[in-house]
Design a protein around this ligand. Structure first.
Ligand code: FMN
Length: 172
């Protein structure tokens, strides 16, 4: 499927919306709830077995997904702000909680992402941060943007250890 051309049309995510998807070990979509399809504009048939990167917006810095996958692979949950690309080229912002679900015997079951709406304040500070990370990434690569992300945390008195609680607190 060809990637949509991004537009500056924002799709609204309401405070009651809980956008859920599940993924296999490679991150391919195995489940989406109805609101996921409504906001992204894709049908279930278009989404199942596709990589989650079908939603990847070019404004998203790579380092956020690197951080996400590194933590998931260590079994840790991540709260991250994501700007997603819709089928019509529009976008929506969400705060995603992504975690690993296990079977009763402790083996890997799937990855689960639950996404909710974000405040205008969070949108403003995170879009500024991501624009800066993207710029650093384009000029100097992902390692440099990883350092810029860590600097941003440190400037706010935070660290990797407090990343999740800080992201949630920013959504006020
Ligand atoms: C459960 C789960 C949900 C995900 N949800 C999204 C999402 O909503 N948007 C997105 O761009 N990437 C999402 N990802 C991350 C993608 O797998 C991928 O790393 C990202 O889109 C970057 O793609 P790329 O590495 O091919 O550039 C999710 C991953 C998992 C495991």
């Amino acid at each position: 499927m060809q990637k949509p051309t991004p537009t500056d049309v924002e799709h609204e995510v309401k405070s009651v919306d809980m956008i859920v998807s599940k993924g296999d070990a490679e991150g391919n979509i195995t489940y989406t709830n109805p609101i996921f399809m409504k906001i992204s504009g894709y049908t279930q048939g278009e989404l199942l077995d596709q990589p989650h990167s079908i939603l990847r917006h070019p404004d998203m810095p790579k380092v956020i997904f690197k951080y996400l996958w590194e933590n998931l692979q260590e079994g840790k949950e991540v709260y991250a702000y994501v700007k997603n690309l819709c089928k019509d080229g529009g976008y929506y912002w969400i705060l995603a909680q992504v975690r690993v679900a296990k079977n009763p015997d402790g083996s890997f079951r799937n990855y689960v992402s639950t996404r909710k709406n974000i405040t205008e304040n969070a949108k403003k500070s995170i879009s500024e941060l991501y624009a800066k990370l993207l710029e650093v990434e384009k000029a100097e690569g992902v390692e440099a943007s990883e350092k810029a992300l860590m600097d941003f945390l440190a400037e706010n008195g935070q660290s990797k250890e407090t990343f999740n609680s800080f992201m949630q607190a920013l959504n006020k």
